[in-house]
Each structure stands twice: as C-alpha cells, then as structure tokens.
Ligand binder design. Structure first.
Ligand code: F6P
Length: 528
C-alpha cells in the first residue's frame, strides 16, 4: 500500500517544523483535533493523501451521504445520515425519498415521550411510568446506553433509564430488583426482532409484569422499536406501540433512529434533537472539507498509517470524562464490527491488515491500571484522548475555589499524551539505582480531541466523526464496513447446541466434553 519509509521520532518531527501544531490541528464543528503527536511527517501525509485520492474517498463519502447502495454484500444503502438531517431538507435512500417517513417517526417519538413525561401515558394501574428499561443488544443497546451516561447532565427529572442487554439472567434481575412493575416501561429494541438475547429478556420481563399485574397489563408496559412488524405483532405488541426504522439503518449506526427512543425518554426530545444536529453538522463538514483539512479523513489516514505502516495492532480510546465511560465500548462495535474483516468487497482477501482492536477506559482511572504498558510495554498502542475544557454540568462545581478536580483531569490527559510522545531519556534521569527502568522511549503516537463541553451536540459530533473515520478506512481497505457476517457462525452454533441432544454429539471433542461437563454440573441436573 505504501512505499514510504518509517517516520522519525515525534521529538524530531516537532524540532524540524515549527508550524507542526498549527498544521496538524484540525477543527471540525466544535471539535478540535490535534494530530501533531502522531508519527507522520510531510512525506507520510502526502503519501496518505495520495492513497485517499486513489481510493476515491471523497466520492465514497458523497455516495454514503446521498443514500446510495454502499453496503454491496447486502445491496443496501447505509442511510444513517438521513436520520439526522434537518427535517426541512430532503433525504433519499437508494433513490427513494424517505423524508416523510423519517420525520413521521421522529414526531411519533416526540409525542410518545411528551406523553410519558406529562403522565398522559401511564402504566396499567394508572401510575406514572418512572423507569424505562431498554431491552436490546449491540447497536440496539450500546449507542443509547453510552449516550444516556454521556448526557447525564440533560436527564429529565422523574424518569430513569436502564439498559439490559445480556442474556445472562443476572443482567435483567439486577436491574429489576428495586423496580415496581406498575411504574416500569419496557422498550424492546431490536432491528430484526429475532435476536435471541433480546427476545429471551423480553419474554422474562413480560412474565415479571404478568406476575405482578396480570396478563392484560402488558400492553401498557411494552413498546417496541424494530424494522420487523410481523415479529413485533407475534410478540404481542400492537402496531401503534411499535416505532419503526428501516433495513438501510445499520444496527451500530442506529443511535439517531427510533433505537434512540429510550435515550429520548431519558434526556428529552430537545437534547436528542441537538445530538442529531451535531451529527448532521459533522456529516456536512466531512462532505465539504478537503481531505488534508478534514479531521475525519486525516484521523482515518493516520489510523491506516499506524495499522499498515507501523504495524500497530490495537488502538486505545481514552476519554478524560467519566460521563463518556461507555464510549470505548460503543466504539468497539462501531469500528470492529464494521472493519474487522479479511475479505474485500471484490471477494479477494486483503493482503494487508484491516481494522485494529479498539479498547479503552476513561482517564484518569486508566493511568492507574494499564497505562504502564502503554508507556513502557513492548507493544506500541496509539491512543485517542478525548477531553473537555469544562465539566459537563455547572452543578459539578462545588463552589469551592480550591476544587480543581476538572482541571486536574484535563491536565492529566495532556501529561499522558506528552509523556507518550516525548518520553524521558537516560540522560534526563538523575543518577540512582535502576535508572534504566525509569526511561520512557517516547515516540508513542496519540491524537487529542477536545471540545469546550460535552453537550448533546458535541456528543453527536464525536459519534459522527468516528463513524466517518471508520467509513473512510473501510473504503481505503476496500472492505464493506456495513455488513457483519462474522457474527453469524457463533449464533448458528449456539442454536445448534441448544436444539437437540444429537446435535452436540457431532461437535468437536472439546465442545462435546465441555457440554457434558455443563450438563453434569448445572444445578438441578441429574448428573447424566
Ligand atoms: O449480532 C450482531 C448484531 O446483528 C449487531 O450488528 C446488532 O447491532 C445486534 O446484533 C443487535 O441486533 P438487533 O437490533 O437486530 O437485535
């Protein structure tokens, strides 16, 4: 892919270019993206921009945002940009005008949310619905759950949201333990409405409601978000209690669709709309900004450099924001389910590495856990730091002029990025025992993304920024970022193992042995 030599150390790169920070600090919407502490020089950037141009990245962005069929293996558009376009603008997906459909669902969501908040929509006994439990997994959980934490400062009083995803009964049980069924609303969120985990939890939740309130109560306590009307009906949820979306919305790209219903219930329609507006602002900025000044394209290109030239297998995303603590988990699905692929769109195997392993935790906690390895380990880990000038909410200021915790948080982020880039040589360490253990090589790349405050709009901007990074990388790697066949085999095998006693006999010896052990050990088993 490249015929460019490996770059010099980050310290040398700064020493040789006094404009480096200015040149490599890009603005997009309210986000400021400092790329200067990455291991790229002018020649590397020129080579990367040539790669983007040869891959026709700009045209690919245009096709994505225009609603063309970009998910070639499933012959679908990836039309998530239509979900956040201002309502007066026309959106089309695969040539079909979807403006009215998108606006109508948004309006239904707003009206439902207003009814729950005002108490017009109540539970079966007439009590207000004070807890929303979202039952969904993957894209039907991670986005809304992440955003609900991130936008804590926007939460509507009187309604609490919980997110249950795991088929492990502990997840649902621990979330229901202190709830009153009469005041609980379940949002069953599943694009396909066939996902085993979600349906199993929905059935268990229904039993919980029936046990307390009777069979007829369920209608008042369940709504659905899905593309599959028939399956929702079969579950027993009426058509007018289902909020639809469409097969051209990928699960991991569905935050601004009806999948955001629980989030909208939790933070209100205005904040939800501000988040959508932030996403749209980035869509338009990515569309209209030339590659070299385009934060999404440049982040994607530097990611390609790290992966394909420097050979770095992972990437850490470290928000210096407690409210963004679920952002790395959200990004894991966005990035790894999109670009964790070996076969390219043309059916050939990629002769180079594709999507990195994405992981992370918020700072400063990460500093007291895994940052040792990131600073001194034998594996170099590129890092995206994300931080804010102000705390999420004014209420966080205790009023004590000596309360410098937010400042401490931000300065720690800068210190980490600086230490990674510039390290500390043996010469800089005063004599003493074990001096070599205190050497930091430096030259470890990082990107710093900052904004004034984590508002709904800024969260939407961050989400859209990363969506475009992932898309651009997929285009360059020649892979389809919008399918996920890699999740199928395990699902099929789980069904197979559950289906009959005979099925596991044909399985491999290890599975067979573990299954026998499980049957022998499970509570209530006859030991057979
Ligand atoms: O198994 C992976 C996946 O299909 C994701 O792509 C999706 O976000 C998740 O499962 C949940 O799917 P659904 O919304 O159809 O229940």
């Amino acid at each position: 892919m490249f015929a460019v030599e490996r770059s010099r150390s980050i310290a040398e790169l700064f020493a040789s270019d006094s404009d480096r920070v200015d040149n490599l600090t890009l603005r997009m919407g309210d986000l400021v993206v400092d790329l200067s502490k990455n291991l790229v020089d002018d020649r590397a950037i020129a080579a990367l921009l040539r790669v983007a141009s040869e891959a026709r990245v700009e045209a690919a962005i245009e096709r994505l945002l225009d609603g063309s069929i970009v998910n070639l293996t499933e012959q679908r558009a990836a039309g998530h940009a239509s979900l956040r376009r201002p309502e007066h603008l026309r959106s089309s997906v695969n040539g079909v005008d979807v403006t009215a459909d998108v606006n109508e669902v948004l309006e239904r969501m707003r009206s439902f949310v207003a009814d729950v908040h005002s108490g017009r929509r109540v539970g079966s006994t007439g009590r207000r619905l004070t807890t929303v439990v979202n039952l969904g997994i993957g894209g039907s959980d991670l986005g809304p759950a992440m955003a609900y934490e991130a936008l804590r400062s926007c939460r509507v009083a009187g309604v609490e949201c919980r997110f249950v995803s795991n088929v492990d009964p502990a997840d649902l049980a621990s979330n229901l333990v202190d709830l009153d069924p009469a005041e609980t609303l379940f949002v069953v969120a599943s694009k396909t409405f066939t996902t085993a985990e979600t349906l199993a939890n929905a059935r268990a939740a229904r039993e919980w409601v029936i046990a307390a309130l009777g069979e007829r109560a369920t209608a008042a306590h369940f709504v659905a978000v899905s593309t599959n009307l028939e399956a929702v009906r079969a579950f027993g949820i009426a058509d007018d209690e289902m909020f639809p979306f469409w097969d051209w919305v990928g699960g991991r790209y569905s935050l601004s669709s009806a999948i955001g219903l629980s989030l909208m219930l939790g933070i209100g329609a205005d904040a939800f709309d501000q988040m959508r507006a932030g996403m749209h602002a980035i869509d338009e900025a990515v569309r209209s900004t030339p590659a070299s000044a385009n934060a999404a394209v440049m982040m994607a290109l530097i990611g390609i450099w790290n992966r394909n030239v420097l050979g770095l297998p992972t990437k850490a995303v470290l928000p210096y924001s407690h409210d963004l603590r679920r952002f790395p988990a959200y990004l894991q699905q966005l990035d790894m389910e999109s670009n964790g692929k070996t076969v390219r769109v043309d059916g050939t195997r990629a002769p180079y590495e594709t999507g990195p392993i994405v992981w992370g935790e918020p700072g400063t906690n990460s500093q007291h856990a895994f940052m040792q390895l990131v600073h001194q380990g034998t594996t170099v880990v590129p890092v995206d730091f994300i931080g804010f000038a102000e705390p999420s909410s004014a209420a966080e200021n205790t009023g004590d002029p000596d309360d410098s915790r937010h400042r401490t948080l931000f300065l720690n982020m800068l210190a980490q990025s600086r230490a990674l880039a510039f390290g500390r040589s043996l010469n800089e360490i005063s004599d003493g025992p074990f001096a070599e253990h205190r050497v930091f090589d430096g030259a470890r790349p990082s990107t710093v993304i900052v904004a004034r405050r984590l508002t709904p709009s800024v969260l939407g901007q961050l989400v859209a920024l990363y969506e475009h990074v992932v898309h651009v990388q997929g285009v360059i790697w020649g892979i389809n970022s919008f399918d996920q066949f890699g999740v199928e085999l395990g699902k099929e095998m789980a069904v197979q193992l559950a289906s009959s006693d005979d099925a596991h006999r044909g399985s491999d010896p290890s599975t067979h042995s573990l299954l026998r052990w499980f049957h022998g050990s499970a509570l209530g088993s006859d030991g057979g």
